[in-house]
Structure formats: C-alpha cells, structure tokens
Write a protein that binds this ligand. Structure first.
Ligand SMILES: NC(=O)c1ccc[n+]([C@@H]2O[C@H](COP(=O)([O-])OP(=O)(O)OC[C@H]3O[C@@H](n4cnc5c(N)ncnc54)[C@H](OP(=O)(O)O)[C@@H]3O)[C@@H](O)[C@H]2O)c1
Length: 304
C-alpha cells in the first residue's frame, strides 16, 4: 500500500480526502467550505450543476488560506437532451469555466471535469478542456462517470488522455474492472459518495437517500461489526476503505463535527482480512444518481 497521510498528494497533486459540496445551499456552501478548510481539508470538489459556486468561492476566501495550498476541482455540466438542458459546444464550454471562475473568485482551478458523458458533443467539449488547460485556466483535466468505453472513445479520437475519472465508488458499487483499467492506464481514480451505504446518507427531505435503502442492510451489518472492532465510526471505515483501494475520496457534510470526523481517517488501518470481507459486499449497484432515475455511466447518446 502506498503512503496514506493527511499531507499525501496523488499524481496530480490532489490531497487524498476532498470536501464535496453537492446538496449544499449557497449559504451552507459558504459556511461548510470555510469550516472544512479550517478543519484541515485542502481539497474542495465543486460543480456547475450544484448551483452554489458563489457560496463555495466565498467560503474559500473566508478561510484565508493561500491559494496554492488548496486543490479545487469543478465540473462542466455538459447539457442533457432528456432533461431539456442545451448541450454545450466548444465555445460555450470555454465560457462556462470562465463564468465558474468568476463565481468561485479564482483565477484557475486545479482540475476541471466533464460531469458525465451526457452529450453527443462530448468530444468537442473534451477538446475545449484541452484548450482550457493550455491557456492555464485549469491545471489538470479529466472526466467523471466515464466507463471504459467512453474513455476509449477519447483515446480513439487521438485526443489527450483524461488525467482523472471521478466515479461512484463504495463497497456496494466497487467498479472492479473500471478501477483496474484506470490503474493500468494511469488515470487517477476519485471516489464520490463513499458514504452511500450508511443509513444516515442523504436523509433530509428531498435528498433522495431513501431510494435503494433496502439493498444496504447487509453492508451495514458488516461495516458496523468491523467499525466496532476497529473502534472507528462506519463513515471513517468507508472512507478509509476507498483510500486503501488507491482512490482519493470525497465527502460532504453540512455539520461541523462530521466535517472534522471525515478528515480524521489517517490514524488507523483496515487489516487485509477486513478489507476482503468488505470487498465481498459488492453488488455493482450505483446509488448516487438513483433519485434522478438514471445511471450517468450508462446513458451516453451515440456520437454523431
Ligand atoms: N461526479 C458526480 O457525478 C458526483 C456525484 C455525487 C457526488 N459527487 C461529489 O462527491 C461528493 C461526496 O458525495 P456525497 O455528496 O454523496 O457525500 P458523502 O460524503 O458520500 O455522503 C454525504 C451524506 O452522508 C452524511 N454524512 C456525512 N458525514 C457523515 C458522518 N460522519 N456520519 C454519518 N453521516 C454522514 C451527510 O449528511 P449531513 O450533510 O447531514 O452531515 C450526507 O447526507 C459530493 O458532495 C460531490 O462533491 C460527485
């Protein structure tokens, strides 16, 4: 296992635990991002689609930490015909990041991702990301919710390889083949919704956590037992499981005490036997987008 510590950064200089901002209001994003940075997070995950980047930008500013210590990721919402959201072309993709930077009050981001392969224009959008890196508005570029076929599509077009892929990754959705493919191709893996197996995941009204809740019961029994034996919380166990699989992990909370807890995953190790028991819980079941009725890895429209 590679070194895993609070100060470890991966191949693209990303701290291994990031603070996620999905389902935070603008005001919550301002407060929680600032709290997260004060608690020691140095990696913030944002997105155009979260509609709270003004708050995230204010939170970053309020924390008063030097820009070059913080790693900020954001994402392009590519558009999606099924939702009536116009698909972005090359110029619109360039303009989108410029607008996001204004909202975030930043001169550049560290990583810019296509949020999901939802558009027929996804290769044109990727070309725009290559340009955004060239002109310095982002240090690194990548994708999110891309399966092997979608990544191959980029490579077959002779375009630059994505440096990272942000995907749903937790014991119930372990993405074994894709994880192996990314490792073989030196694509940095970033895990989202590591805490989806918890009974406390997205429980507030309208957050959608009740969907597929019944499939989590077996996982919860096992993680509860192992967490108790290791004297850690189940949240810490799940985040640590992702780290020990070589992922950077993202975690969101609106509560200061949980924000601090979720960064505190460097003082214990999950022994191999327990890792293996948790690995056995895989159901290849995506959960994070279930409330929206789609799996973003499976809906890519055919390229023209
Ligand atoms: N690329 C994509 O398509 C995609 C999709 C999903 C997520 N993401 C990114 O990944 C981030 C993380 O995913 P996520 O939002 O699903 O977050 P998560 O960290 O997996 O789960 C957050 C949920 O768990 C609860 N929680 C947080 N810490 C806890 C703890 N210590 N104990 C018990 N419950 C806890 C939170 O409730 P409270 O807030 O009430 O504490 C919230 O309901 C997102 O915020 C976003 O930045 C990306």
């Amino acid at each position: 296992m590679k070194e895993i510590s609070k100060s470890t950064r991966n191949e693209i200089d990303m701290p291994l635990v990031g603070f996620g901002t999905y389902q935070l209001s603008v005001e919550q994003a301002e407060f929680c991002v600032s709290e997260a940075l004060k608690a020691g997070f140095r990696h913030i995950d944002s997105a155009e689609g979260y509609q709270n980047e003004v708050g995230t930008g204010k939170g970053i500013k309020a924390a008063g930490i030097s820009r070059d210590e913080i790693f900020v990721t954001t994402k392009l919402f590519p558009g999606f015909q099924q939702w009536g959201a116009p698909e972005k072309n090359y110029e619109q993709t360039i303009d989108t990041l410029k607008n996001q930077l204004t909202q975030l009050q930043l001169e550049y981001v560290d990583l810019y991702l296509i949020h999901a392969p939802l558009s027929v224009l996804r290769l044109e959008q990727w070309n725009a990301l290559v340009e955004l890196k060239k002109i310095g508005l982002t240090k690194h570029i990548g994708v999110s919710n891309y399966n092997e076929e979608r990544i191959t599509e980029i490579l077959d077009a002779g375009l630059a390889k994505p440096e990272a892929n942000q995907i749903e990754f937790h014991p119930i959705c372990a993405q074994i083949d894709l994880t192996r493919y990314m490792k073989e191709n030196s694509i940095v893996p970033i895990a989202y919704s590591s805490l989806a197996p918890l009974s406390t995941w997205r429980v507030e009204e309208g957050q959608g956590g009740e969907i597929l809740a019944e499939i989590k019961e077996k996982c919860q029994m096992v993680t509860n037992e192992i967490a108790t034996k290791l004297k850690v919380t189940e949240a810490k166990l799940l985040l640590r499981w992702g780290l020990q699989h070589g992922y950077s992990v993202l975690t969101k909370s609106s509560k200061p005490e949980r924000i601090r807890e979720n960064l505190n995953v460097f003082d214990f190790e999950i022994p191999d036997t327990y890792m293996e028991r948790i690995n056995q819980l895989n159901q290849n079941q995506a959960i994070a987008w279930a409330a929206s009725g789609l799996n973003p890895m499976e809906v890519a429209p055919a390229l023209k």
